[in-house]
Design a protein around this ligand. Sequence first.
Ligand code: COA
Length: 216
Amino acid sequence: MSEIDGRIAEALTEEQERLSHEFPIDVYDPAITSWESIKGDILNAERAQFGENAAMEDELRGFFHDPEGVTVIRKDASTGKVVGFSTAGPADKAYDGKFHPQRISSQLASELSDSREALLPIQDRDGKTAYVHDTVLDPNFVGRKLVVGLVATLEKELAEKGYTYLDRDAAYDNGYAANVSKTYTNNGRLIYQSQPHGSVWGRQVYFVIRLPQVDK
Ligand SMILES: CC(C)(COP(=O)(O)OP(=O)(O)OC[C@H]1O[C@@H](n2cnc3c(N)ncnc32)[C@H](O)[C@@H]1OP(=O)(O)O)[C@@H](O)C(=O)NCCC(=O)NCCS
């Protein structure tokens, strides 16, 4: 068993093991599962969670079909319905060819004294960086820890694809950012978290996370 599999196995509690049967997780492959067959569930979950700020179909389809990215989906085994997904791709691409200026600016630099690593522009870091575009569960399936296996699988796949870092934003006001912070502080992989910054989705916290290591 590789180191990464060992860590994931550790994280898979009995509850997560049970959930993985009731709600299996797949790495999305458009050659196996057509976008047409899942887009209804994906768009419903996205719109139910984000309303008028939901991502458009074209954008989501682009994320799901990005050969450099990774998308994982979670289904309800009893109905076949997709109940959640998480999608990530190359961070430099997500920021339109360059790291988001405000995230390496003097503003960020002044917040940081002990996390120099997070300050480096993506292309100067010692490994590839992925950015989490979106993580969503259908509201009827929230609060059952279904996100845990989803994110663990996303991270494993990204690491196996050669990524070293994961950048993401998480909403501040509803406590998601606190959950993300707690999760990665506890597992020792949190490199940096910003102060809350404004966005169309409300205040968000930006995180730089180290992905698990994979055996080479
Ligand atoms: C955020 C969301 C995916 C959480 O899903 P969930 O499975 O219902 O999460 P739960 O509340 O059951 O939390 C399960 C555990 O995962 C942790 N967690 C929650 N979100 C996490 C994330 N994005 N990454 C890692 N861990 C996370 C929680 O801290 C909690 O840990 P604990 O068991 O140690 O307390 C879901 O509420 C959602 O779809 N929200 C709307 C969309 C959104 O804002 N997405 C961005 C989230 S940052």
